[in-house]
Ligand binder design. Structure first.
Ligand SMILES: Cc1ncc(COP(=O)(O)O)c(C=O)c1O
Length: 397
């Protein structure tokens, strides 16, 4: 018999993916260059040439079995050492090879991390607005996702509400900074306060509460500001990283879990991930891609385009009277819609071939997301459409 649970999930497909399909279909009618598709977070800037070079060199240097064979379960040992060393240099945390578990990007890193620190029925708390895939990531482990309402004034953490969500069933807090969809970077002050609260609660409840820190946008930051590294604030942190956005290789599916060496039972977590991977089938990410990523460990694509796009869009939104918090990173912005129901707002935007994603899907109704990982030239052409949309539909002068 087919699984009822997954059958039911088919009735609620991803809103973002649906909009992306709509944009592609519309593109067939009017030319995709005329569709201002702000739906999907698919990086537009090319991979660094060094990544392609690394692939070419690897294919010349190594035997077929090394290139295309299974890697050991926790990942290629040399690759894990390169990553540990790089993280240690960048963030001053004494990671070693044994703290790094290679995964099929952030999705898989989170799938492992959640299973490591929860049992079915436990609660995982996250903060709105949040990446909608967190729901299947968490719920398919049997854990329960709890969402703290947004602090819409800054999109930092709404601490008053957060404290109301804490109880002995909470085993993990899932955070994402720089954040999809708000673009906000959690300040050191926010992370200090979060750590303080969780340390107090760990003592009160007599068990650990892990932070699962989802960091695929760690390098996409603006104004020369660095994103504070969560593990430096809280020992029981599992950092979930992905090269999808920093190297523009989401299709290659590569990332890792980095276990803070000071975390409770830190040396057990990677071996536990190995066991988890046996069950969920996310085991042994591509050997060649692991090695190519390691050769580019301190590199990124040219991410400056995203800051340029952000400034163009942010300035236009402000000029048109939108309420919007300026992003500190990522390639997303999350303004308030010009009417209460953001779904209606985004539907009306389609008339102007603007593809915007309603905030409801991120747990923040009344807002909408624009993923501006598109060519700057297209961003520039979209601004008159945005102006026409709000002038016509909302009488903005
Ligand atoms: C916040 C966040 N987490 C996780 C992911 C999953 O990315 P990947 O599995 O490609 O690393 C995404 C993808 O867009 C994301 O935005």
């Amino acid at each position: 018999m087919l699984s009822q649970k997954f059958k039911e999930m088919c009735n609620a497909p991803s809103v973002i993916r649906e909009l992306s399909v709509y944009a592609t279909e519309r593109g067939k009618e009017i030319g995709y260059e005329n569709v201002f598709d702000y739906s999907l977070g698919n990086p537009s800037v090319p991979v660094p040439e060094d990544f392609n070079k690394a692939i070419r060199e690897l294919t010349e240097e190594l035997a077929s079995s090394a290139l295309h064979g299974y890697s050991p379960n926790p990942g290629n040992p040399e690759v894990r050492t390169v990553i540990a060393t790089s993280l240690k240099e960048r963030f001053g945390i004494p990671y070693e090879q044994k703290h790094i578990f290679m995964t099929s990007a952030a999705a898989s890193a989170i799938a492992h991390a959640v299973r490591c620190v929860t049992s079915p029925g436990d609660e995982v708390v996250t903060f709105a607005p949040f990446f909608p895939e967190y729901r299947p990531y968490i719920e398919q482990t049997g854990a329960v996702l709890k969402v703290v309402p947004a602090d819409t004034s800054s999109f930092q953490i709404n601490f008053e509400e957060f404290e109301r969500f804490l109880n002995p069933n909470v085993q993990a807090v899932l955070i994402n900074s720089p954040n999809n969809p708000s673009g906000i970077v959690y300040s050191a002050e926010t992370l200090e306060r979060l750590a303080q609260i969780l340390n107090d609660k760990q003592n009160e409840y007599g068990h650990e509460i892990f932070i699962i820190s989802d960091e695929p946008y760690r390098e996409i930051v603006f104004d020369g500001v660095k994103a504070p590294y969560v593990s430096n604030f809280y020992d029981n942190t599992l950092s979930c990283y992905s090269y999808s956005k920093s190297l523009s290789i989401p299709g290659e599916r590569i990332g890792y879990v980095a276990v803070n060496p000071k975390a409770k039972d830190a040396d057990m977590i990677v071996p536990m991930c190995v066991q988890i991977s046996r069950g969920i089938g996310h085991n042994c990410p591509s050997s060649i891609i692991q090695m190519a990523a390691a050769r580019c460990v301190s590199m990124t694509s040219d991410l400056s385009v995203y800051e340029k796009n952000m400034n163009l869009i942010y300035n236009k939104l402000k000029e048109l009277g939108f309420e919007v918090v300026r992003p500190g990173g990522t390639f997303y912005i999350f303004p308030k819609a010009m009417e209460e129901d953001a779904k209606v707002f985004c539907e009306k935007a389609k008339k102007y071939d603007l593809i915007l994603v309603p905030g409801d899907t991120f747990g923040a109704p009344g807002y909408f997301r624009m993923a501006y990982c598109i060519d700057t030239e297209k961003v520039e052409r979209s601004l008159p459409a945005l102006e026409k949309f709000v002038k016509t539909e909302y009488g903005v002068n």
